[in-house]
Ligand binder design. Structure first.
Ligand SMILES: Cc1cc2nc3c(=O)[nH]c(=O)nc-3n(C[C@H](O)[C@H](O)[C@H](O)COP(=O)(O)OP(=O)(O)OC[C@H]3O[C@@H](n4cnc5c(N)ncnc54)[C@H](O)[C@@H]3O)c2cc1C
Length: 488
């Protein structure tokens, strides 16, 4: 076996918007190592459809803050929200200056659309409904730094309050990489849920590792479920139908054509997504009816141009859009909770460890994320983290750690992973009951005692944290909907 040690100015774990934008902010002169699992595009950023929220002008900043705080249901850090909404405009303008092209009208004016719970049109998009793909492609083209593909970070070297580097499993060997700063930009937790919209690389391992290293996760009960997902396609990642469809007029109906959302909230299709998710889940359970997204009010040409990804993906599955109704279900979508950080993305208690993007909890989203605020968070806080690192210019003696082999997977893991997914969906999903959560916790504890591989153990650590946080918060708040036994 070949063993290697290398030292960098910074190591960035993840090549989504947060990781790539952090790399860009460091500039070409710094010696940066980016690490991702499999391909760089196998990340949630690549699949983002709707767009990126940003205050349209100075006047809109206060309104964007207000909308974000309202969606967050009292759990946001107001300062973090103010930072995101104020700095967001500059971060987007910077991206545009660097060459990123968002959709514009014929005169070249930026086109802003609307999504649920935004009080005005402030969502920029690119390639119609391919915003994430366009941003990712742009950031990848821009990236001057070394990128290690097909690599899993399996350990963080934390000692005496410093993070010295990471252990990586790459091409069947373990390697140690060292740096003056480590930025975790590893995304959310999708793969621990049975139905989810996330990329396959998103499996909560860095959150689980942070727990083992004594770093806190925060607000892990706050998991967002997207209401309009086509779940009948093969493969773990389910097909999302962007919020912008409802924002621009699509209806949610049951098989009698009834727009039943109005029985739950006067805003109907434009209610916050947790409300819509619960209403669909509840209506299906109560009536046994199938629920659909009806897009037939759109002109075909407009639909194909505005939502090309959905048009083509569903065409391949046999749908004639916008005319056919699409059967929908809610599915896990986004983790508001994550690795606790300060307002610069720094992990408390470890001098040179940072977390940004969906992996982090800056508390900008509070108990519920306002649609399209996550790409913006990734942009704004990755810049802040890098500027903080550059400002501190941390110098310390990088300590070398032994290169150790770890058993990442064991034969029983696959069955247990599948069981964990359904357990999380049933117990820590859209509607939660304390008793079910308690049973899930016991089962997770039992799984953790089995002879399992490290990667499953890390997933289980994160899942246990989610379940415990959900048990601890006894009253419903934001995306966390907990009820007394049998009371939907
Ligand atoms: C289908 C879909 C649509 C969405 N639409 C929107 C939208 O319109 N607007 C919006 O604002 N948000 C949207 N979101 C949410 C948003 O896309 C994500 O929150 C955001 O892209 C997360 O970016 P990130 O950089 O934090 O992580 P990601 O883009 O998810 O990247 C994570 C990276 O970490 C790497 N990684 C993970 N674990 C490890 C490990 N152990 N070792 C090495 N590498 C690791 C992965 O390989 C990947 O490169 C959407 C999400 C999905 C799934």
């Amino acid at each position: 076996m070949k063993l290697k040690n290398e030292i960098y100015d910074a190591i960035i774990i993840g090549t989504g918007i947060a990781g790539l934008n952090a790399a860009a902010t460091f500039g070409k002169e710094k010696n940066i190592l980016l690490i991702c699992k499999e391909n760089s595009w196998d990340c949630n950023t690549f699949y983002a459809q709707g767009g990126v929220a940003v205050a349209v002008d100075e006047e809109d900043i206060a309104l964007h803050i207000k909308d974000t705080l309202e969606a967050g249901a009292g759990l946001c850090d107001k300062k973090a929200v103010e930072i995101m909404c104020r700095d967001g405009r500059e971060a987007i303008d910077d991206l545009i200056r660097r060459g990123m092209e968002f959709d514009t009208d014929e005169e070249g004016n930026l086109l802003y659309t609307k999504e649920a719970a935004h009080s005005r049109n402030r969502i920029l998009h690119a390639g119609g409904d391919a915003t994430g793909r366009y941003i990712h492609r742009f950031l990848m083209r821009e990236n001057p730094h070394r990128l290690l593909y097909n690599s899993i970070v399996t350990d963080l070297f934390i000692e005496d309050g410093y993070c010295h580097g990471v252990r990586v499993f790459h091409k069947n060997e373990f390697r140690n990489y060292y740096a003056k700063a480590v930025i975790i930009a590893s995304g959310g937790v999708g793969s621990i849920y049975e139905y989810h919209t996330n990329a396959s690389s998103i499996s909560a391992d860095m959150q689980g590792l942070c727990i083992e290293k004594g770093c806190d996760l925060r607000d892990m009960e706050m998991m967002q479920f997207h209401p309009t997902v086509f779940i009948h396609n093969k493969g773990a990642r389910k097909q999302l139908l962007t919020e912008a469809l409802r924002g621009e007029g699509a209806h949610i109906v049951d098989d009698t054509g009834k727009r039943f959302l109005f029985e739950y909230d006067a805003r109907g299709e434009l209610s916050p997504r947790s409300m819509v998710s619960r209403a669909i889940y509840d209506w299906k359970q109560k009536t046994g009816r199938e629920v659909y997204l009806n897009c037939s009010m759109f002109d075909e040409e407009f639909f194909r141009h505005r939502f090309p990804t959905i048009y083509h993906n569903l065409k391949d599955l046999g749908f004639n859009l916008p005319y056919d109704e699409i059967p929908i279900s809610p599915a896990f979508h986004y983790a508001m909770g994550g690795i606790e950080t300060d307002l610069n993305g720094k992990v408390p208690g470890v001098e040179n460890l940072y977390a940004v993007g969906e992996a982090a909890s800056t508390r900008v989203h509070g108990a519920n994320r306002l649609a399209s605020n996550s790409l913006l968070e990734g942009l704004v806080f990755s810049r802040r983290a890098v500027n903080d690192i550059l400002r501190r210019d941390v110098y310390f003696h990088v300590k070398q750690f032994p290169i150790k082999e770890e058993i990442l997977e064991k034969p029983i893991d696959k069955a247990l992973k599948n069981r964990l997914r359904s357990l999380m969906w049933e117990a820590a999903g859209i509607i939660r009951e304390k008793e079910k959560l308690q049973e899930a916790l016991e089962e997770i504890e039992k799984m953790l005692k089995k002879d399992i591989g490290k990667l499953l153990r890390l997933r289980l650590n994160t899942s246990r944290n989610i379940v415990k946080s959900a048990i601890y918060r006894e009253e419903p708040l934001g995306a966390h909907y907990i009820i007394q036994k049998g009371n939907a």
